[in-house]
Design a protein around this ligand. Sequence first.
Ligand code: CP
Length: 317
Amino acid sequence: MRTYTNVKDLGNLNEAVKEALEIKKNRYAYKHLGENKTLLMVFFNSSLRTRLSTQKAGMNLGMNTIVLDINQGAWKLETERGVIMDGDKTEHLLEAIPVMGCYCDIIGVRAFAQFENKQDDCEEKILNQFIKYSGKPVFSMEAATGHPLQAFADLITIEEYKKTQRPKVVLTWAPHPKALPQAVPNSFADFMNEADVDFVITHPEGYELDPKFVRGAKVEYDQDKALAGADFVYAKNWAAFADSNYGKILSKDRSWTVSTEKMALTNNAYFMHCLPVRRNMIVTDEVIESPQSIVIQEAANREISAQTVIKRILESL
Ligand code: CP
């Protein structure tokens, strides 16, 4: 594996989940793979889980790890070619990326959608420049359109907790005070569409995700109908994707908050969220603190999804 940006990079998904569950049983068994190898993690945006779990995954594999926060201590980077650099940006990404590549063997990149130019976001302008110019294998630690490490951890968690062969999994939009990217729901849909689950997406009208990720999934605009009989409820906010409203908040309707009443419609479903989560906007205190909430177990599996991906990259070096 030379890059990890979407579900397809994992190849056979059942095999990938099986490998992840094996790694989870003995996460230090592959320490030799990373000996004298360096993992560089580049963050253009904040993180708690991705930063800690990916660093831990690298250490489990015997790697040295370096973390660079672009907005804290690094030179301000220009990303556009042709710009006369007479402003506050000191260095161009086109020099910075190959320089970063000199100091490591594998690079993880976090670069969210900026909601300034839809085309730039959809083309994954920053992530793809790392893939093109670093000379090193690159994996996404959440980019503009996807968060495949999160979705892989989500699938591992569903596999661990499912009680039926083909569980009903509902991705529900929920309200939030800020405009959030579509990366998490995109990747979740991407993975669920490949997995053996009955997958339903529910959101208010106007919040349609990119059809590239929705593919054949059922979309139900009535949240209560969607939640009926669900085995897993995956809550997430996202901003509008459609051209004229791209990156905008269209609703803060708290009737979409996942509450005890909403969970009562389900088949005693497990509650999932990638975290961080805004309580009593996305989900009530009662639901996230209930025994059916598996958000911590889900976060713990971020170490396993990252380790599986980095292990595969190390094996390909
Ligand atoms: N879920 C997730 O990616 O968390 P962080 O933003 O804290 O890394």
